[in-house]
Design a protein around this ligand. Sequence first.
Ligand code: PGA
Length: 252
Amino acid sequence: MKKLMAANWKMYKLAGEAGETAAALRARLDGKLPADREVLVIPPFTALGTTGQALAGAAGFALGAQNFYPSKQGAFTGEIAPDMLLDAGCAYALAGHSERRHILGEDDAMVGRKVGFGLAAGLAMILCVGEKIEERQAGQVEAVLARQLAAGLAEVPADVSPDKLAVAYEPVWAIGTGLTAGPAEVADAHKVVREHLIERFGPQTGAAVRILYGGSVKLGNAGELLGIDNVDGVLVGGASLEAESFSAIVTA
Ligand code: PGA
């Protein structure tokens, strides 16, 4: 499967600017995208239209959403439904990003509902997992990942297609801090995730589901990270906001 190179624009960029950045990204990468790379752009909701228009028809590019509420429609003021995201051109969505878990108070059970509901609605889901610094210092990395994976994947059907599911390992202490997990830390965590996926979905699907790394990915470390066993892509925040820096990461 292609390496998934994802740009998480978080709560940055007005619609016009997002469209311009996406167009600049396309101009830099169209026709030059390595055959083993797929680009995913995840803008704020209000910029899905302009970003989607800028990327329309470009081979190897996809549009994604940062969040949704796990219901078809209803009285959920302020929320957005998977069908609305599909309608806006999204193929992917994130669930369980650490900022949603730790700032917005999303718990494991809600993350699991989102992954299951999003898949059933037709979105490809990226489940984000990762430990806090105090959990790493207490030797709890494996336990935290096991808990987040068990709950996050609880509603995923056993016969899920591997191109519809990915896991992003994002140690909370490495997000937006400039700190990146070292190669050994990344390899160890990704192995834990891989083993869990194989146990949960069997050797074939478990081996094929992509595991992304996220947390202060930049041009200077992307190549090394992508060379680590079980690193099947990256989820990039800060360094994805400029077309120049993200396109360089995509081809790293
Ligand atoms: P960062 O964010 O690259 O700015 O650390 C990554 C993420 O939160 O997905």
